[in-house]
Design a protein around this ligand. Structure first.
Ligand code: ADP
Length: 452
């Protein structure tokens, strides 16, 4: 096992990784920008290194500074968390060249899944069902029209290098496909520096269901069930739960086994998530994330498996200690992503937290790095923390979520807690009747109007 690990991230995920490392008896090194010197992950780590000024590209994305931080502190491994450099294959290679272990999959697998066109080709080869779409990249209008005609409108134009819902445009007919293509390419170019796009059938009422997997890089792989992340705003997940209210036991087992078998074939190492859209009883692969995800606690709560602990053990060269039969699903979990944003307008609200009181009690988990007296800088994403609840069944989880949200006090900034207080009381949500468009429609219909 490693003696010292560097955590190349900030906020709640830095703290999450720090906790797993401490439980494994591994010393921790935090890195931070000058905007984060008072951050909780810095205070709790054994050592810390300032890696640059506030902009992420000069600090959390600054590869030479991160390498120097490993060198100075003698860290043997680096955990990238999510975002930042977590899906940068070149970074993983550079670390290997410097004999530092990247806690994540092999660079070739990061690269393969980072290109969504290649990822879909691979998925098809591995027997994973995919959304019908163009065979490869679409380069001009004529090609787009031909592909769309074959698929049938509406179609979705997506960036090959996509992420975070950017570079995606729906086209409803031949009349708007040229402008959708151009907008998608422009967005893709500015967000990812790559304007390759492809076409997919646009599904009109799917759910987003994703399967958590773990592989040991030597042909061992298991699945840890699914998460339903259909409640989204601007293609960003807001509320995640597991198991999905839409699946039955045999569907769960079937898709889980397809994913685990594919990962065994790939000899995939580490944690990963295979994302699907699900409509009318069918699964359609959209992408694979080769890292730990924001919503991983949902799976941890229903399986009892510490996913970050498993990631670190796999990176240290250990074979999987869990078999598929060891993964026992227990009850239901729901996660709410609480952002420093106005709950109705979603205007960012960084600033000083005057008073902070997280909820507690049976089945309640709060993953957050904020504290009373902490000032949320305006520079990074607006996630303040994640509230995760667990119950013996979905109803118990919903009741627990309701009372936890009512207990949660974050004073001084706007947060999205009131949004969740409204959602948890909504009958569609209570009945599990929602698809990926539900939340946008609810908001457009004035579901949060009148919220101060
Ligand atoms: P990103 O990497 O940008 O997050 P994804 O491919 O994971 O992109 O898609 C993000 C979200 O966009 C999905 O969860 C879903 O809401 C929507 N989406 C993606 N593909 C389709 C599709 N073919 N039809 C309808 N919605 C889609």
């Amino acid at each position: 096992m490693f003696e010292k690990i560097l955590i190349a991230n900030r906020g709640e995920i830095a703290l999450r990784i720090l906790r797993a490392a401490k439980e494994l008896g591994i010393a921790t090194v935090a890195v931070h920008s000058t905007a984060d010197s008072e951050a909780m992950h810095v205070k709790l780590a054994d050592e810390s290194v300032c890696v640059g000024p506030p902009p992420a590209r000069e600090s959390y994305l600054n590869i030479p500074a991160l390498l120097a931080a490993c060198e100075i502190t003698g860290a043997e491994a680096l955990h990238p968390g999510y975002g930042f450099l977590s899906e940068n294959a070149r970074f993983a290679e550079i670390l290997a060249e410097h004999h530092i272990v990247f806690v994540g999959p092999k660079p070739e697998h990061i690269r393969l899944m980072g290109d969504k066109i290649e990822a879909k080709r691979t998925a098809l080869r591995l027997g994973i069902p995919c959304v019908p779409g163009s065979a490869g990249a679409i380069t001009d209008e004529a090609e787009a029209k031909a592909a769309a005609k074959e698929l049938g409108y509406p179609v979705l134009i997506k960036a090959a290098a996509g992420g975070g819902g950017r570079g995606m445009k729906v086209s409803f007919s031949e009349d708007d496909i040229a402008s959708a293509l151009e907008t998608a390419r422009m967005e893709a170019k500015s967000a990812f520096g790559d304007d390759s796009v492809y076409l997919e059938k646009y599904l009109e009422k799917p759910r987003h269901i994703e399967v958590q997997i773990l592989g040991d890089g030597r042909g061992g792989a298991i699945h840890l069930g699914e998460r339903d992340c259909s409640l989204q705003r601007r293609h960003q997940k807001v509320w995640e739960e597991g198991p999905s209210p839409a699946l039955n036991e045999s569907q769960r087992k079937e898709i889980g086994e397809i994913c685990a078998a594919a990962m065994r074939e790939l000899q995939y190492a580490g944690a990963g998530t295979i994302e699907f859209l699900y409509e009318d009883g069918k699964f359609y692969f959209i992408e694979m994330n080769t890292r730990i995800q924001v919503e991983h606690p949902v799976t941890e709560m229903i399986t009892g498996v510490d996913l970050v602990n498993e990631q670190i053990k796999i990176a240290a060269g250990s074979a999987l200690t869990l078999t598929q039969d060891d993964v026992i699903f227990n009850g239901h979990a729901i996660e709410c992503r609480i952002n420093a944003e106005h709950p109705a307008t979603f205007r960012p609200s960084p600033g000083l937290i005057n008073y902070y009181h997280p909820p507690g009690g049976l089945g309640v988990r709060v993953d957050s790095a904020v504290y009373a007296g902490y000032t949320i800088p305006p520079t990074y994403d607006s996630l303040v923390g994640k509230l995760i609840v667990h119950g013996r069944n979905r109803n118990e989880a919903l009741m627990r979520l309701r009372r936890s949200l009512d207990e949660f006090i974050i004073d001084g900034i706007d947060t999205t807690i009131p949004l969740f207080q409204t959602l948890v009381r909504n009958s569609d949500i209570q009945n599990g009747l929602y698809d990926i468009h539900w939340l946008e429609k609810f908001l457009a219909d004035g579901g949060m109007d009148g919220t101060e």
